[in-house]
Write a protein that binds this ligand. Sequence first.
Ligand code: FES
Length: 338
Amino acid sequence: MPLVTCHFSNGAVYEVNADSGRPFLELALEQNVPIRNQCRSGTCLSCLCRGDTAGHALAPQAGRATSLMPMDRAEGKMLCCASEAVSDGALYFDYSSEEAGPTEVQAFVDSIEWIASDAVKLTVELAEGDWLDFRAGQYVEISVPGGGASRSYSMCSAPSELPKLEFMIRVLKSGLMSDYVRGAAKLDDVVRLRGPYGDFAWSGSRRHPHLFIAGGTGLSPICSILQEIRETSGHKPPLKLSLGCASPEALLDPSFLRRLETWMPTLEVNLCVESGAQNGHVNGNALASIDFDALAPDTQAYICGPEGLINAAIDRLLAAGLIPENIHYERFVASGIA
Ligand code: FES
């Protein structure tokens, strides 16, 4: 039976006796190894780890499709929930084993505001006595009142705004959360939040230029990160945001983005629409406004949106000379179940 050691950033080391044939995450959790996880289906990237230089301890389970990009696989990154142990070896996790796991809290609906033709901003306030720390860019699961199910949404507000949290939510023709925010929601409705999850967070770098690429409500975590950067003292790096939406009416809160641009002198916002471009809009998706040939190779890139946009953006960024470590991305949950 393979013996796999799990190394965390605080120096803690755990051993896992790992039967082949079962997802490594299941075995590790049974043996009390505190590996982050959420979807357990290869989608959310919470359970990401890096193999040792030999890189053979885990192998992807046959037939499991995952969100891991080829550039990550090439660097020896693996998803514990979609891999099985095949030999002795070491795995590395870039967080502390003592990091608090997700918590479940109660919050009250504070407001629901339409910010585009098909999107709202949901604001909730944590119940007294409840608290949920998060890093800008992370997401939580929100229980839909009356629906008995949860959906994942990234905060668009900064952590400094706690106990209030804001979320950009795309409103579909039908769907559990869409139906709720469109019709059934009332002030002071109780929602349960579980989280935070995700590694899509600001690197903290102030020296390198930053490029943010958002498709639709992929803007939500990027707004949170931009506001966190705004609140940090000292020098701000050059920041570019390119938001792509289907039409001018679908652009999310453009007046807020223009205000953000005023408040942050190093920020440039480009609004892209795939049809009906008006004054000041770029015609095309979120990549249309970016001069990839002019990107500095040390640019820190952050991408959030649908899978096709992320894949295309990563290809262009790698071709422009960015290294994989500087490309951060977060996928949507499939919109068909929103
Ligand atoms: S828990 Fe493994 S990818 Fe989500």
